[in-house]
Design a protein around this ligand. Structure first.
Ligand SMILES: [Zn+2]
Length: 148
């Protein structure tokens, strides 16, 4: 019997009551996958200002009305800052310019400054061989200050 290529029925209840925990606010691809999977609640730690507008798309769209997802985040304090800092570091390694960095610089300038600092002084490169606890401890005071 061939596998079905149909999307889940709109009456599917397999994800009712499920919650998803993620580090960063959803990008476009994650946003779509979450709605296709009908995940009703997503908790995210760090803000991603580039994709903030996605939260405004679901409301009046008939195709999305039964695929509503509540978003809970970002976390306040250093853990939320950490969740945003790591993707910023990765982005700065690949491409230190562009619209993505511009969005972050407008929204969380202290975190962009910290990310640029730890990339340029080599701290971020040392994270690769460390545990998350070691990496967090190495910049905890800076994260607290950047989280404001
Ligand atoms: Zn994503």
């Amino acid at each position: 019997m061939p596998r079905s290529t149909r999307w889940p029925s709109s009456r599917s209840t397999t994800t009712l009551g499920h919650e998803l925990y993620v580090t960063l606010e959803s990008c476009l691809l994650c946003w779509a996958a979450i709605r296709i999977a009908r995940v009703p609640l997503v908790h995210f730690a760090g803000p991603d200002p580039q994709w903030r507008f996605l939260g405004q798309l679901a409301g009046p769209q008939p195709a999305l009305v039964d695929r509503a997802t509540s978003m809970d985040g970002p976390m306040a304090g250093p853990f939320g800052a950490w969740a945003t800092l790591l993707p910023l570091v990765e982005r700065l390694w690949r491409d230190p310019t562009g619209i993505r960095i511009d969005h972050f610089r407008q929204s969380v300038p202290a975190l962009v400054d910290l990310a640029e600092q730890i990339v340029s002084d080599g701290t971020a490169a040392r994270f690769v061989g460390w545990t998350q606890q070691e990496a967090l401890a190495s910049i905890w005071d800076d994260l607290v200050a950047a989280a404001g």
